[in-house]
Ligand binder design. Structure first.
Ligand code: GUN
Length: 291
């Protein structure tokens, strides 16, 4: 039987509606407008697209958007000064510094300069520690979006075998922590994992976040498993014409969809959920800041 397609685009639209309703109540009942500051350093085209989308969706939900675009040659000290200014600004409830930063910057130092209460990415070391110890934290947006889709699909995740392929700080590690928090039995697989196909075949839940186009074939998937594909990879598509490209995930969609119980498509799966969760985190930060 073919897998159910998990429609992340529709799910994200529902989350954004809930965010917008919450924002409207905050304005009407408390006179507060949540604000999100996004900082982009340099001209990376993919980052520019992400930042533009974040700003647009922030405004569409009724929140204030503050965009700060800095030249790639800006010094780390200047960026840190901007972060300090945003930390002190009461109209700013969430701060996101778009990654990657230019090579001359220490990303950890910049992220850890953000007030943890305004760290809507959940990357600050305090939030990482809070999540790892099961305490209230800001939760990274992509793993949070994946978890929302998994809960919606499966209900309770308790006792399920979950494999997270990829050990990045942005997705793999926090995803594993969230699944552990749901009482899954969690394996984090990576490039050195022995017999990856066998490890993946045991899993009721597969989260692929490695950035390798179509790396996971259908015959690695346990029949009926839920597959969450975080990868967004652009590959050549000569069938569409000379020089054309298309987006694919980390899973070979067609063959995985034949075996899985449910699967997220690329595009239209995890991607839209990430920004929706960023907006939700900004409202959460605003509510916590205002008691
Ligand atoms: N670059 C790619 N994904 C992300 C993200 O989730 N947050 C930030 N800050 N930068 C990114």
């Amino acid at each position: 039987m073919a897998a159910k397609i998990i429609d992340g685009k529709a799910f994200a639209a529902t989350v954004r509606e809930q965010v917008a309703a919450h924002v409207a109540r905050l304005k009407d009942e408390h006179g507060i407008t949540p604000g999100l500051a996004v900082v982009l350093v340099g001209e990376d085209p993919a980052s520019q697209v992400y930042v533009r989308n974040k700003g647009k969706q922030t405004v569409e939900c009724g929140m204030q958007s503050f965009e700060h675009k800095l030249d790639a040659s800006v010094s780390e000290a200047e960026l840190l000064a901007l972060v300090e200014k945003l930390n002190a600004d009461p109209a700013v409830h969430g701060i996101l510094v778009q990654l990657p930063l230019p090579d001359h910057m220490n990303s950890d130092a910049v992220i850890n300069a953000i007030d943890p209460a305004k760290d809507v990415d959940g990357f600050h070391i305090s939030n990482v520690g809070l999540l790892g110890t099961g305490q209230k934290s800001m939760v990274p947006c992509t793993p949070l979006g994946c978890l929302m889709m998994l809960r919606d699909q499966l209900g309770s995740l308790s006792g399920l075998d979950a494999v997270v392929i990829g050990r990045s700080n942005i997705v793999g590690k926090p995803m594993a922590q969230l699944l552990l928090g749901e009482s899954c039995t969690v394996t984090i697989a990576h490039s050195r994992t022995k017999d990856l196909p066998e490890v993946v075949r045991r899993a009721d839940i597969v989260v692929a976040a490695v950035g390798r186009p179509e790396m996971v074939p259908g015959d690695w998937i346990k029949p009926g498993a839920t597959v969450i594909d975080v990868g967004i990879n652009r590959i050549p598509a000569p069938e569409k014409g000379e020089g054309k490209t298309r987006l694919v995930g980390d899973c070979a969609y067609e063959s995985c969809a034949e075996v899985a119980g449910a699967i997220t498509p690329v595009p239209g799966g995890v991607g839209p959920m990430t920004i929706a969760c960023l907006l939700a985190n900004t409202v959460t930060a605003c509510c916590r800041a205002n008691g």
